[in-house]
Design a binder for this molecule. Structure first.
Ligand SMILES: C[S@@+](CC[C@H](N)C(=O)[O-])C[C@H]1O[C@@H](n2cnc3c(N)ncnc32)[C@H](O)[C@@H]1O
Length: 199
């Protein structure tokens, strides 16, 4: 479905600017860090992080999106290790990353979310940070982006419970007009989590 969606879109479905979430929380991004961007789409977030001096690895299942990501990074003179990979084919084994960025990855329903969060937790080095950004259930009525499934959305209770053993650095629910390509456009019910893995 995602590959078809990208193929049938002219230009960048989610725009070429990074998620505002990354721009508004810059303190967690440092040059020289090893960063993983999961389900990176067309590369707007990985490219931004690489321009900040991070060593960025990214993956997405859509070859069309990854090709656009390569083009975007090249246009910015950014070097990113791009990969075409399904979530389940990714090698999650090593806790290799100082920072993992997971932005609008709500393709997983509640039954898959536990594994998805476990994978993210595993990828972060002890003492490293996860930056997770997505929609809340209120987004369904707004209809300005994201899947049409309330159960895929995050609440602060879900995130608190899932990352309870981590140090929560930011957990914020808010509404905002999002303009991040045609895919995310309009008043949106958002949630941010920034959490640190115990050292
Ligand atoms: C809403 S888009 C967000 C893309 C990007 N994170 C951004 O913020 O621009 C969701 C992305 O998840 C990817 N995706 C969906 N299911 C996936 C899976 N099972 N494995 C890897 N990527 C997946 C899609 O191809 C799509 O690029």
């Amino acid at each position: 479905m995602w590959e078809e969606r990208y193929k049938n879109t002219d230009g960048y479905l989610f725009g070429t600017e990074p998620a505002k979430f990354l721009l508004e929380n810059p303190g967690w991004i440092r040059g020289g860090q090893n960063v993983l961007v999961v389900a990176d789409g067309e590369g707007r977030n990985s490219t931004h992080l690489a321009t900040q001096g991070a060593n960025v690895t990214a993956f997405d299942l859509s070859p069309t999106a990854v090709q656009r990501a390569r083009t975007l990074a090249a246009e910015h003179g950014a070097s990113v290790n791009f990969n075409i990979s399904d979530w389940d084919s990714w090698d999650w084994a090593a806790p290799a990353y100082d920072l993992v960025a997971a932005i609008f990855i709500q393709f997983a329903g509640p039954s898959e979310r536990g594994k998805q969060f476990a994978n993210l937790k595993q990828a972060v080095k002890p003492g490293g940070v996860l930056m997770l950004h997505g929609y809340r259930p209120e987004q369904i009525n707004l209809g300005t982006g994201g899947p049409p499934f309330a159960e895929n959305m995050y609440t602060s209770e879900i995130l608190q419970e899932s990352f309870g053993k981590w140090q929560i650095e930011r957990l914020a629910s808010y509404e905002r007009d999002v303009q991040e390509g045609r895919g995310h456009s309009g008043k949106s019910a958002l949630i941010d989590l920034i959490a640190r893995k115990p050292a």
